[in-house]
Design a protein around this ligand. Structure first.
Ligand code: 13P
Length: 256
């Protein structure tokens, strides 16, 4: 049984006050959701503050991006070791906004993935097709290519500590959610790809999250799918009640 992972990607939102408030709000009720794993990914400047606000509560800490080099003259960048040092356990890599706004390639995502393992960070590697690609019937091909490129040469042990997130680009921040059938189809394909590249045990272990306009009112249906193991939540992760309502839907799938 894969423990559902309910992850909030705060993106470039909050300030120090609202970040602490959001973290306190989630941490205060975290013990109601222990059959799921809760994770918050604040902007980098607030990681330490959010870590402190979480305290001993069962809420993980993740970053939204990093650079693949361990240190050096890379002005403006943050390394995996720095994130680990400050207490992060996870890092989101290859988010569609990184790919499409900042031009990140699968090759770069792959380098970052290796750097994350080297620092004992668990990567959440994102894949997802554009609307034009879906309409051209290329979804499966695009997802396969991103999977192969972003996760190239990753060992069985490394893939076991990796989370994959499927986020159709057209469903992010748009209010358009993929139908459960559309989401489940891609998730099932990703699991087949894990089985083909590794083995059935890996395919049954690695969690595949869905992201793209996940809200309290659609979470139960999405998380109820056999191959959807959690959610990567943008907008709805900025309100403790909404985030925790989605977590409750994750918990319900475990109890079902
Ligand atoms: P929204 O939930 O705002 O659509 O964002 C999804 C996302 O990009 C999470 O990483």
């Amino acid at each position: 049984m894969r423990k559902p992972l309910i992850a909030g990607n705060w993106k470039m939102n909050t300030d120090s006050g609202s970040a602490a408030e959001l973290a306190y709000g989630i941490a205060a009720r975290a013990d109601e959701f222990t059959s799921a794993e809760l994770l918050v990914c604040p902007p980098s400047p607030y990681l330490a503050l959010v870590r402190d606000a979480i305290g001993d509560a069962a809420v993980g800490l993740g970053a939204q991006n990093m650079y693949h080099e361990p240190s050096g003259a890379f002005t403006g960048e943050v390394s995996a070791a720095m994130l680990a040092d400050i207490g992060a356990q996870y890092v989101i890599l290859g988010h569609s906004e990184r790919r499409h706004v900042f031009g990140e390639s699968d090759e770069e995502v792959n380098k970052k993935t290796f750097a994350a393992y080297a620092a004992n960070l668990r990567p959440i590697v994102c894949v997802g097709e554009l609307l034009a690609e879906r309409e051209a019937g290329k979804t499966a091909e695009v997802i396969r290519r991103q999977f192969e490129g972003s996760l190239a040469s990753i060992s069985e042990q490394q893939i076991r500590s990796t989370v994959i997130a499927y986020e159709p680009v057209w469903a992010i921040g748009t209010g358009k959610v993929a139908t459960v059938e559309q989401a489940e189809e891609v998730h099932a394909d990703l699991r087949k790809q894990l089985a083909a590249c590794y083995n059935t045990s890996v395919a049954q272990t690695v969690r595949i999250l869905y992201g793209g306009s996940v809200k309290p009112d659609n979470a139960a249906q999405l998380l109820g799918q056999a191959n959807i193991d959690g959610a990567l939540i943008g907008g709805a992760s900025l309100k403790p009640d909404d985030f925790l309502a989605i977590a409750a839907a994750g918990v319900a799938t475990v109890q079902a």
